[in-house]
Design a protein around this ligand. Structure first.
Ligand code: AMP
Ligand code: ZN
Ligand code: FE
Ligand code: FE
Length: 281
C-alpha cells in the first residue's frame, strides 16, 4: 500500500507532518509520500517520525503551476530541497500566495462576509504555504460555515466571485526545474472535475517532452473514464501511472490509501531521482 500524495500543516493539511506519518502507519500503508504545496517545510519532521515509526517516506512537493490562468499541479518526488532555482521559484509562489490571500479576504469583507486577514493568518502554521483552505478554516472557526467544502462551494471556488490567482510557473518550465533539481515529475490529478476544464492531452504530451515521468491517473477527482483515458495516454507516451489519496487530514474526505501506486513504479521513481533519497527506517 504505497500512497505518494498527502498534505500536512506545512501547507493546507490539518495534521502536523509527524501526525500524517502516524496516520499512514494506522492506515496500513507501506510507504507514504509527503507532498505539501510549494514547500519542503514538513520534510524534517516527517522524516523523523518515519524513522521512529518504521514507515518509509518519500519526500516530495506539489508544485503549483499555471498555464493561461489555468492551474496545473505538478508532483516533484525526491528533488534536492536546496536547489537554488527550485527554491527561488517556490519562495516566489509562496510570497504571491500571501498577497493573494489578503486580496481575497479584502474582497470578501467588502461584500459583508465576516472575515479578517488576522483570523485567516491564525490558521496558517509559521512558515507554511497559505491557501484558500485557510480562509475556509477561519470561516469554520468563526462559525460562519460548517466545513471547508461549504466555504468552497459558496465563495472560494475557482469560478467564484472572490477568486484571485497567484504567481506560479508554467508547467513545462516547472518540469525542467524539477528535473534539474534531480526530482521526478508527475502531473497531479490532470482530469480533476473540480478545477474547470481538464488538462489537454497536448499539454501532458508537452510536459512529457520536457522530462515528466508519470501521470497521477488514479485519484478521487477522476471518473472511471478519465482513469482509463489517462492510463492509455501514459502508455502511449511511455509514462508510468500512480494512484494516490491527496490526503488533507480533516480538511477533505480523501482517506490515506484509497488509491495506491505499484511497487515497480516507486522503484522507477527512486531510480530516476538524484536530488534526495527515500527515508528508510
Ligand atoms: P489554493 O492552493 O489556495 O488555490 O487552494 C487549493 C486547495 O484547496 C487545493 O489543495 C485543494 O485541496 C483545496 N480544495 C479545493 N476545493 C476544496 C473543497 N471543496 N474542500 C476542501 N478543500 C478544497
Ligand atoms: Zn491542498
Ligand atoms: Fe492538487
Ligand atoms: Fe494535493
Amino acid at each position: 500500500m504505497i500512497d505518494l500524495h498527502a498534505h500536512s500543516t506545512a501547507s493546507d493539511g490539518t495534521e502536523a507532518p509527524a501526525v500524517v506519518v502516524e496516520q499512514a502507519v494506522r492506515a496500513g500503508l507501506t510507504t507514504l509520500g509527503l507532498t505539501d504545496h510549494d514547500t519542503t517545510l514538513g520534510w524534517d519532521e516527517a522524516s523523523g517520525a518515519a524513522l521512529r515509526l518504521g514507515m518509509p517516506l518519500v519526500p516530495g512537493i506539489e508544485v503549483s503551476c499555471s498555464r493561461r490562468g489555468r492551474s496545473v499541479h505538478l508532483l516533484a518526488y525526491l528533488p534536492d530541497p536546496d536547489h537554488p532555482g527550485l527554491r527561488g521559484e517556490l519562495e516566489r509562489a509562496r510570497t504571491s500566495r500571501d498577497t493573494r490571500l489578503e486580496r481575497m479576504v479584502g474582497l470578501m469583507a467588502a461584500d459583508g462576509i465576516p472575515i479578517t486577514l488576522d483570523e485567516v493568518l491564525a490558521q496558517v502554521e509559521q512558515g507554511a504555504t497559505a491557501g484558500r483552505p485557510h480562509i475556509a478554516d477561519a470561516l469554520v472557526a468563526a462559525g460562519v460555515v460548517d466545513h471547508r467544502d461549504e466555504a468552497f462551494a459558496r465563495w472560494l471556488g475557482n469560478e467564484g466571485p472572490y477568486y484571485v490567482g497567484h504567481y506560479a510557473p508554467d508547467p513545462v518550465r516547472a518540469v525542467r526545474l524539477v528535473r534539474s533539481a534531480g526530482g521526478v515529475a508527475v502531473v497531479a490529478h490532470p482530469h480533476s472535475v473540480y478545477r474547470g476544464r481538464v488538462l489537454s492531452d497536448g499539454l501532458l504530451e508537452e510536459m512529457a517532452g520536457a522530462g515528466m515521468a508519470g501521470i497521477e491517473a488514479r485519484h478521487r477527482d477522476h471518473t472511471p473514464e478519465a482513469v482509463r483515458h489517462l492510463t492509455d495516454l501514459a502508455g502511449a507516451l511511455g509514462l508510468f501511472t500512480t494512484g494516490s489519496s491527496d490526503y488533507h487530514g480533516a480538511g477533505k474526505r480523501n482517506r490515506l490509501g484509497e488509491n495506491t501506486t505499484d511497487p515497480e513504479v516507486l522503484a522507477r521513481i527512486e531510480s530516476l531521482a538524484t536530488g534526495t533519497e527515500v527515508v528508510r527506517p
